[in-house]
Ligand binder design. Sequence first.
Ligand code: ADP
Ligand code: MG
Length: 291
Amino acid sequence: MTDTPEPLLRARDLVKEFAIPGGGPLSRARRFRAVDDVSLEVRTGETLALVGESGSGKSTTARLIARLIDITSGSIEFAGREVHALTGRALHAYRSEVQVVFQDPYSSLNPRHSVERIVTAPLVYQRRRVPGGARAFTKELMERVGLDPDHSARFPSQFSGGQAQRIGIARALAVSPKLIIADEAVSALDVSVQAQVINLLRRLQDEEGFSYLFIAHDLAVVRQIATRVAVMNGGRIVETGDRDQVFEEPRDDYTKKLLSAIPRIRPEWDAARRRNERARRDRERQEAVES
Ligand SMILES: Nc1ncnc2c1ncn2[C@@H]1O[C@H](COP(=O)(O)OP(=O)(O)O)[C@@H](O)[C@H]1O
Ligand SMILES: [Mg+2]
């Protein structure tokens, strides 16, 4: 027996059906199954990547887990509790423990709110005290995600796409989540910016120990961040495994097909990653010398 700890999140037999519009009042409403019997686990401190082509049901799965939409059937347990049965304070608590970072930072950040207002909003909404006051709290978070803390009064449109995505990440961090769902969070970014944001996500996870459900259609991105990979096709999970197993020895034909579509060489990424890693090692060495 291996002593596998209880997973942080366990979804079992998840189903989500949407009504197809156009079924008249007399005909039985036709329904479309966007998520079809999905079971998955996310363990503490790991990154489960959910991959699959557009329309395979990844975002719907994410929305079910974040409790943004109701399940048709199945169950989702988070830290041992049934998510879709939570109410009141327990639901509030869940909404800070699980944070979502979306693909388009500009549409997920209120354009009329300053960074300070954006990143402190989740705490204000939950009537929680902002540690150290809103200004200092925001500046510290901005530093942690690699933004200039002097820009805390600026608005989202004054930042680049990569920087705006860092604001979304800072907002998620503000409530000390246990799980961050990143739904195509780096997909809209340029390749070099993408690599930087992935490095940031990995560093934050090292520091905080939270888990990611990392959703992406780009397998080259997934390879840089995943601990394990679940492959979705047509609403179903067709394969789950450790990253290296899925990439090196895929079992499912659909997974093989997806993998064969990855461009083999992304030299810019390798270069960027090497640069970042070198800079990080240098920083760490510097800090070790100084302390
Ligand atoms: N609110 C909705 N109403 C009807 N159909 C939906 C809704 N949301 C998603 N779908 C459909 O469910 C399928 C899966 O969508 P989605 O989960 O967004 O896929 P992915 O994120 O993998 O691209 C798609 O066919 C999509 O059109
Ligand atoms: Mg999606």
